[in-house]
Design a protein around this ligand. Structure first.
Ligand code: CMX
Length: 437
């Protein structure tokens, strides 16, 4: 067994035994009460899922296995000569709750490189789509098509024992993650660069090679950006729509390919991951409407107000859980301050940060007027030449695979059952309220 798999097996079997005993003793204790506002209001805040890889605090933001984003930037192993963390290291941390050594991370980079081959039928299928097909649609189709490679599905058909589900899920998770950058870069090049593909560079790490295959910039800083980007977007505890979708679909024993494809369908919605393309679109529209890429705060405020008056949301602002500026926004801001000396689009992102919160606050209904992760990424990508914004959510998806698939491994290893909450009709709710008056 390889070192990561062995560690995961040891840790997950110990936790499974401990959890079973714990649940036997404490299973009837209450952790929450559910109000009607939560039933009608998208289940906000209802505690109903175990998710080990990260935890979100409304004020502090995300912690991955207890580490904040600044701590990850400081402590995770890096590529020689680079300041940004390697996403491989975050995957290791999420999967086995240990910061890996440099040697362990290098092993994982090599392991993913060995697993990154794509069957021809996936490329053939992508080629049958018109180039106008949204890249997220292409990614979802590619993942379902890649399901032909699922170890879990093959072994299940052969009669795999429940006790081996974790093993097959681990193999699938490792394989899908290894293949994601190759598929995503293929989609990018076929959609925007006439199918002029770039061969992988086997000397590079997972994110560095992805940056190389995208071919938008030869600058070393773009590889650094991809390492940071693919680290900070990886996980946001279990209740967000893409993570929860993977958890739900995975609970039916759909394999990692299909579960991730389903999660990507969630990520592709404009209230979730698609907001990153909507933000830069909003900034381009702002520049076009006011007729300058150095607008005044008054001009920005007027455009924001016009957007709200049309009944639209301000993309990149607000959050279902966070009640402070998103530390993932701050991490990107720090990156831009350090690496990008001058960018009008980045300046507009910072202007929006000054202008938007008081306007949203004045509406009196927005619970979080602060920027989220999607408010910043587009302007940085544009700076490095990645201007095709319909591709942005694919980048988010490549990163999100790390968190949701490490969690899927845990769900299968801990033997979590089929997810099946209870729904109610409006009449049933009214009767319930009447009976309990
Ligand atoms: N602009 C305008 N109105 C907003 C708003 C925004 N950025 N954020 C929230 N509101 C509105 C809501 O639409 C809602 O209005 P109605 O009562 O008229 O329906 C009201 O404020 C209350 O919403 P909330 O409780 O503050 O926020 P929710 O938990 O319901 O929704 C979110 C959270 C992210 C969907 C919402 O803030 C939003 O639409 N933001 C813009 C899209 C976006 O940036 N999404 C990305 C989130 C991060 C990610 O998943 O990638």
């Amino acid at each position: 067994m390889n070192p990561l798999k062995q560690k995961f097996f040891d840790k997950s079997s110990a936790l499974r035994t401990e959890m079973r005993a714990y649940l036997k003793e404490n299973g009837s204790k209450k952790v929450d009460e559910v109000t009607l506002s939560q039933v009608f209001g998208g289940m906000r805040g209802v505690k109903s899922m175990i998710w080990e890889t990260s935890q979100l605090d409304a004020k502090e933001g995300i912690r991955f296995r207890g580490y904040s984003i600044p701590e990850l930037r400081d402590k995770l192993p890096k590529r020689e000569g680079d300041k940004e963390p390697l996403p491989e290291a975050l995957f290791w941390l999420m999967l086995v709750d240990e910061i890996p050594t440099q040697e362990e991370v290098n092993w994982l980079s090599d392991e993913w490189e060995k697993r990154n081959s794509i069957p021809q039928h996936v490329f053939d299928m992508l080629e049958s789509f018109p180039a106008t097909t949204h890249p997220m649609t292409q990614l979802i189709a590619a993942l379902t098509s890649l399901q032909s490679e699922s170890v879990f599905t093959k072994r299940y058909a052969e009669g795999m024992s429940k006790s081996d589900y974790w093993d097959a899920t681990f193999e699938d998770a490792m394989n899908v993650i290894a293949k994601m950058p190759v598929v995503a870069a293929y989609i990018y090049r076929r959609t925007y660069h006439d199918g002029n593909h770039i061969a992988p560079d086997t000397s590079l790490d997972w994110a560095g090679n992805f940056a190389h295959m995208l071919g938008v910039s030869d600058h070393a800083d773009f590889k650094s950006l991809m390492r940071l980007y693919l680290t900070i977007h990886a996980d946001h505890e279990g209740g967000n729509a893409s993570a929860h979708t993977v958890h739900l679909v995975g609970s039916t024993l759909s394999d990692a390919y299909l579960s991730l494809a389903a999660g990507m369908c969630s990520l592709a919605g404009p209230l979730h991951g698609l907001a990153n393309q909507e933000v830069i679109k909003f900034i381009f529209e702002l520049v076009e409407t006011v007729g300058t890429d150095t607008p005044t705060n008054e001009q920005v405020a007027e455009f924001v107000q016009q957007t709200l008056d049309k009944g639209r949301v301000i993309p990149g602002y607000g959050h279902a859980v966070l009640r402070q500026p998103d530390p993932r926004f701050t991490a990107q801001r720090l990156f831009a301050e350090e690496y990008i000396k001058s960018s009008t689009h980045v300046n507009i992102v910072w202007q929006l940060f000054e202008v938007v919160p008081p306007i949203l606050e004045a509406l009196g209904k927005v619970k979080n007027p602060w920027p989220n992760v999607d408010a910043h990424s587009g302007a940085i990508l544009v700076h490095y030449g990645l201007k095709e914004y319909t591709f942005y959510t694919v980048l988010f998806g490549v990163s999100r695979a790390l968190g949701v698939l490490s969690s899927l491994c845990w769900s299968r290893a801990l033997g979590f059952p089929l997810e099946r909450p209870k729904s109610m009709t409006y009449d049933a709710i009214k009767s319930f309220v009447e009976e309990n008056a």
